[in-house]
Design a protein around this ligand. Structure first.
Ligand code: MIG
Length: 818
């Protein structure tokens, strides 16, 4: 004990490889060894409500009970905590919980109903234990530590935890490479990473949240720190996981599982879920850098309609502007944007336009003038304006961390909204600057009144930009659901819009990267994500493009995009048989729309991720990135994309339970591997037995036709399975007042009968009257069908041996008997 104390009380001086070494101008400090200070033994404890303060004499640690499953830890090196403000977590305390505090011989214990947080007296190690099985989920390997930052003030802050021998790690949002993060080192600093590679880091977004799965139990750590941050998952030392940052507070949330799904859902109780998108945003989007002039835009739109390939949105990239000035139009390319947008809308196309953060320095440009007069642009430490070159030339940049600036910017969209623009695409908001990459560190930001340099604000700049866009559009569109898309972001960005993975490349490797990236974003609380289908730069061969459309059909956000110097890249650009296959998959997307929309609701309302990697389905069976290319879309459809050129077949793993091959209806038993043929028109898809998958008729765009009956595909099962169908206006926020219809179907079969039950809730009534059933996999011959005890006689088997009949949508119980 005495020995230990001495060790910890000593200032430990060591050269470390992990430390972020700043290049200082002062030669004296330059050669100074890095001095890390560690917490020394606990000397006192005080409590205030749900907060506990532990002090070592100088430093203080606050431990706060957020909920039964979430506990927050903060460190104040000299006893003074920073302002408790976070862009990621709007409200910290969740609900009143019961907890108890005890002092034991060698430690203190704070216990909620589910977790016990222990603080060891002698070494200040903090740990979290599951109350049920007393398993230690997360435990410090060294006390929390820090290092003074001479140049900027504040501290570099560090936490180091024990890492289980078999422990695996997931999450961290926007990372490339394998799903499992074990053995890797990461950095978070939003970066315009054009044509990034398999293991390239950092990329565009910062989500400092990971899930550890150790001995089959999962927990999460959310390190809510916006400075440049670092994570090491057993790379530097196989027995340790560390995270640290260049400044700010050492503040993290321990989030209990033990299932990965629970961890992710709980992380979203802190940072929020995605609002319901306008329904059309779940359709197919066509983008290119850039479609212009108007004639070209029309030609593309007509191209879809004349070929009967569904499409909902068409994008205008930077060239629609006048000299890249945001909120202006190039009138020679687009003489009458209002008319054009109206004509497109009449044809079912929503127009989405790009808006960048860089504002051209030009005294004749109203946006610049307003920004300048009101002091809305970012300044350097010595008060000079932050200037940098981007597309318009010399630019200044709004400080989106200032609420007044956000409000102003939000209102700038007025004219675009008035002329009918349906969505806004925010690019370059890492922020990206030509040459230097981004802003210098000394740029000052308002940070919602909590002030900071660019070191603190960099990683939230893009998120605050899209926040301003989202809030502005919401107001201007009079509470219709806005559609926004952003490139950069930080934890919590999901509250303000969807995201695409940035400038990928038309290679098979990038198809693999994108697949994992979207799954990873999904389990990191950012569900509405997609890649540039086809690859942004480079030329996809026709096969790659088609495989990408197939995978994209099951990306929450489905958009094809390409750089300007590439060949034409529409779903029909490669001729037959590709056009037809591409059409079939885009049509499939539209057929599945009510399913996807319901899955989105389950995300929004209950926090379920939209894409679920295999490991999330079976953390007890799956580890270490096994078949990391498979995922479920919602919890009913298993997607096994084809990611290899020329693949005639692929191996798939089916999780527990029974699964129907979506194409052939063959029933396969899970927890097993199967080889599935993959001709070009065939991406392996499986449906969980017992599912009810709702389908709309194919439409060329969302809302093209009234739906007069909903097709319910029911997959026979002997164990009971629940499915949901969510419907509402599709474009308002009335769902916040329960104006929606939520139907639950439960399906259970025996060898002689199948029962389908429906319960309905919510205040919205869909327009159609009928359900049209397609019952797959009945193991018996049908002799009788009753709908709420009344026998119906109008039924038939179709060519695929599926049972077909119809019923009123308001049924309670359907029974099908042998
Ligand atoms: O410097 O607006 O990632 O999607 O087409 C390039 C032009 C700027 C980068 C985006 C890309 C977009 C492009 N932009």
């Amino acid at each position: 004990m005495e020995e230990n104390k001495e060790l910890i009380n000593n200032i430990i001086t060591k050269e470390t490889v992990d430390a972020p070494i700043q290049h200082l101008n002062n030669p004296v400090t330059d050669i100074k060894p890095i001095v890390k200070k560690y917490l020394s033994p606990v000397q006192s404890v005080t409590t205030a409500g749900n907060k506990f303060f532990f002090a070592d004499g100088d430093a203080k640690v606050e431990i706060r009970v957020v909920s039964d499953e979430i506990i927050r830890v903060r460190l104040a090196p000299h006893g003074v905590f920073l302002d408790d403000f976070s862009y990621a977590v709007p409200v910290v305390d969740q609900k009143v919980t019961t907890f108890k505090f005890e002092e034991l011989q060698d430690h203190y214990a704070i216990s909620t109903n589910t977790v016990t947080c222990k603080v060891k007296k002698d070494d200040f190690h903090i740990s979290f234990t599951d109350n049920l099985n007393h398993k230690v989920m997360s435990e410090d390997a060294t006390p929390m530590h820090w290092e003074e930052n001479i140049e900027f003030g504040g501290y570099y802050v560090y936490a180091t935890k024990k890492c289980g021998a078999e422990e695996n790690f997931y999450g961290l949002g926007d990372k490339s490479g394998n799903m499992n993060l074990r053995g890797r080192h990461f950095q978070n600093w939003n970066t315009d990473a054009y044509s990034f590679g398999w293991d390239q880091d950092p990329l565009y977004r910062t989500i400092p949240f990971y899930v550890g799965v150790n001995e089959q139990a999962a927990y999460g750590i959310f390190f809510d720190n916006t400075f440049r941050s670092y994570f090491d998952f057993g790379r530097e030392d196989n027995s340790k996981t560390s995270f640290w940052a260049d400044g700010g507070e050492l503040q993290y949330y321990y989030i209990h599982g033990p299932h990965m799904m629970d961890v992710v859902k709980r992380y979203q109780t802190l940072t929020g879920t995605h609002p319901m998108p306008p329904k059309w945003a779940l359709g197919y989007h066509q983008c290119r850098w850039s479609y212009y002039p108007e004639k070209k835009v029309k030609e593309i739109a007509d191209g879809f309609r004349s070929r009967n390939i569904p499409c909902d949105a068409i994008y205008l990239d930077i060239d629609y502007m006048d000299g890249y000035r945001c909120f202006t139009w190039n009138k020679s390319h687009f003489p009458d944007p209002k008319r054009m947008i109206k004509e497109l809308a009449n044809d079912g196309f929503k127009t989405v336009v790009m808006i960048d953060p860089g504002i051209k320095v030009d005294d004749n440009y109203w946006v610049f003038k307003e920004g300048k007069e009101n002091n809305y642009f970012c300044r350097r430490s010595d008060d000079y304006f932050m200037e940098g070159h981007v597309w318009p030339g010399r630019c200044q940049f709004p400080d989106f961390t200032n609420p007044t600036v956000r409000e102003w910017w939000g209102n700038l969209y007025k004219e675009l909204v008035d002329i009918g623009v349906a969505g806004v695409w925010n690019d370059m908001n890492e922020p990206a600057v030509f040459g230097s990459g981004t802003f210098p560190n000394d740029v000052r930001h308002n940070y919602d009144g909590y002030r900071g340099s660019h070191r603190k604000a960099h990683n939230v700049y893009g998120m605050q930009m899209v926040r301003s866009t989202y809030d502005g559009l919401k107001k201007l569109m009079r509470n219709k659901r806005p559609f926004t898309i952003t490139r950069a972001g930080y934890s919590g960005m999901q509250r303000y819009g969807c995201v695409w993975t940035g400038d990928n490349v038309a290679t098979w490797e990038h198809l693999k990267i994108g697949n994992i990236q979207c799954q990873r974003m999904s389990v990191s609380g950012v569900p509405f994500c997609g890649t540039d289908i086809g690859g942004f730069s480079g030329e996809p061969d026709p096969e790659l493009f088609t495989r990408w459309i197939q995978l994209g059909t099951f990306s929450p956000f489905m958009r094809a995009h390409s750089a300007g110097d590439t060949a034409e890249r529409e779903p029909w650009s490669f001729g037959e048989p590709y056009t037809s296959i591409n059409r079939t998959y885009i049509e499939l997307r539209y057929r599945l729309l009510p399913y996807l929309y319901s899955v989105f609701w389950e995300h929004h309302r209950y926090g379920f991720p939209i894409l679920r990697p295999l490991v999330m389905l079976e953390q007890e069976n799956i580890s270490n990135g096994y078949r990391q290319d498979e995922f479920t879309f919602g919890d009913k459809i298993l997607v096994c994309p084809v990611l290899e050129q020329g693949a005639a077949s692929r191996m798939v793993y089916l999780p527990k339970g029974k699964w129907y091959n979506f194409w052939t209806h063959e029933i396969l038993t899970g927890e097993s591997e199967h080889s599935i043929a993959t001709p070009l028109d065939h991406m392996p898809l499986f449906v969980r037995a017992g599912s009810v998958i709702p389908e709309y008729p194919v439409m060329q765009y969302v809302g093209e036709k009234d739906v007069d009956e909903v097709l319910l595909n029911v997959y026979f099962s002997e164990y009971e399975v629940n499915s949901f169908l969510f419907e509402d206006h599709g474009d308002t926020f009335a769902y916040e007042q329960d104006i929606y219809s939520e139907k639950k179907f439960s399906v259970k079969g025996t060898q002689y009968a199948l029962t389908i039950e429906q319960t309905r809730s919510g205040l919205y009534t869909p327009n159609y009257e009928l359900y049209n059933y397609n019952i797959v996999g009945l193991p018996f011959n049908v002799n009788k069908i009753t709908v709420d005890d009344i026998e119906i006689t109008d039924y038939a088997l179709d060519e695929l041996n599926c049972l077909r009949f119809k019923s009123n949508k308001n049924f309670t119980t359907i029974k099908i008997y042998n």
